[in-house]
Write a protein that binds this ligand. Structure first.
Ligand code: SF4
Ligand code: F3S
Length: 264
C-alpha cells in the first residue's frame, strides 16, 4: 500500500486486443485495485482516451521521467516485412526497441507476443515474430502466453513486480512458474475418465454428456502448460474443458500450425 504505482506502457502490435480484454476482466485483484492501487497505466491503444500526437508524446514523457522503472507490456507480434505495421508513421519494431531499451522489463502478454501467434500462422504474410525476439540485450523479459492469457495471470504477475520489485521466478521458456508449471492434463477434472479409458467420441454422445475425457476430440491438455484448470476463467467460474470443449493448446508455442484442432 505504501509503494508508488508502477508505470506501465502497454503497446499492442499485430494483435486482436484479446490480452487487454482479458486483463480488464481480472477478478482478483479487481481492475479497480489494479488501476488505482498497483499500476499507473500510461498508454494502452484500446483503453486510453488520448490519441494522436498527445498519446505518442506521452510515451516519450514516461520514458524520460521513469527510465529503468516502467514496465513495457506488449501484446501482438511484430512484423519483419517493411511497412507492414507502423505506429504514428514509424515502423512499430523501431518504436518497440526504443521503448523496451529504457524499460525495467518487458512483459509479453499473449501468444502472439510470446510465440508469434495467429499473425505468424502459415504462410505468415507479414513475417510476424514474437516481440521477445526484438527485446534489446540486457533488458529482462517474461512471457505470459495464452490466447488470451487468463486475466489474473497478467494482473498478478504485475502485482509481483510491484510488491517485490523483481520479475517472478520463470521456467526455461521465461514463463512465470507459478502459473505455467502444471500440465493441464495433470489438473483436469476429466482425468479420471482418461485413466479409465472413457472418452467422448463426438460432441453430442452419451460420453460427452457424462463429462468423459475429450482426448479423442483433439484435446491438447496433455501437452499444454497453463493455469486454466486451477484458476479457471471469469473469476473461477469455468474453463474450456469444464464447459465441454477440448483444449486447443492456446498457450503452447506453435499451437496455430499444429494439426487441425478437432482431429487426433
Ligand atoms: Fe487430459 Fe484433455 Fe482428457 Fe482433461 S479432457 S484428461 S486434459 S486429455
Ligand atoms: Fe487455452 Fe487450453 Fe486453457 S485452449 S484457455 S490453454 S484450456
Amino acid at each position: 500500500e505504501t509503494r508508488p504505482r508502477l508505470p506501465v506502457i502497454w503497446m499492442d502490435f499485430q494483435s486482436c486486443s484479446g490480452p487487454t480484454e482479458s486483463f480488464i476482466r481480472s477478478y482478483q485483484p479487481s481492475m479497480q485495485k489494479v488501476l488505482f492501487d498497483m499500476i499507473s497505466l500510461e498508454y494502452n491503444g484500446a483503453l486510453m482516451a488520448g490519441s494522436g500526437t498527445a498519446a505518442e508524446e506521452h510515451i516519450l514523457k514516461i520514458m524520460n521521467e521513469y527510465p529503468g522503472e516502467y514496465i513495457l507490456a506488449a501484446e501482438g507480434s511484430l512484423p519483419l516485412l517493411p511497412g507492414a505495421l507502423t505506429i504514428a508513421g514509424r515502423p512499430a519494431e523501431e518504436t518497440f526497441r526504443e521503448v523496451a531499451a529504457k524499460a525495467k522489463a518487458v512483459v509479453a502478454m499473449g501468444s502472439c507476443a510470446t510465440w508469434g501467434g495467429i499473425p505468424a500462422a502459415k504462410p505468415n504474410p507479414t513475417l510476424a515474430r514474437a516481440v521477445t525476439d526484438f527485446v534489446p540485450p540486457g533488458v529482462p523479459f517474461i512471457r505470459i502466453p495464452g490466447c488470451p492469457p487468463i486475466g489474473e495471470v497478467m494482473t498478478n504477475t504485475l502485482a509481483h513486480i510491484v510488491i517485490f520489485g523483481t520479475l517472478p521466478e520463470v521456467d526455461e521458456l521465461a514463463r512465470p512458474k507459478a502459473y505455467y508449471r502444471h500440465r493441464l492434463h495433470d489438473k483436469c477434472q476429466r482425468r479420471p475418465f482418461f485413466d479409465a479409458g472413457l472418452y467422448a467420441e463426438t460432441f453430442n454422445d452419451e460420453g460427452a454428456r457424462q463429462g468423459y475425457c475429450l482426448y479423442k476430440l483433439g484435446c491438447r491438455g496433455p501437452t499444454t502448460y497453463n493455469a486454466c484448470a486451477e484458476l479457471r476463467w471469469n473469476g473461477g467460474l469455468s474453463w474450456p474443458i469444464q464447459s465441454g470443449h477440448p483444449c486447443i493448446g492456446c498457450a503452447a508455442p506453435n499451437f496455430w500450425d499444429e494439426a487441425p484442432f478437432y482431429a487426433r
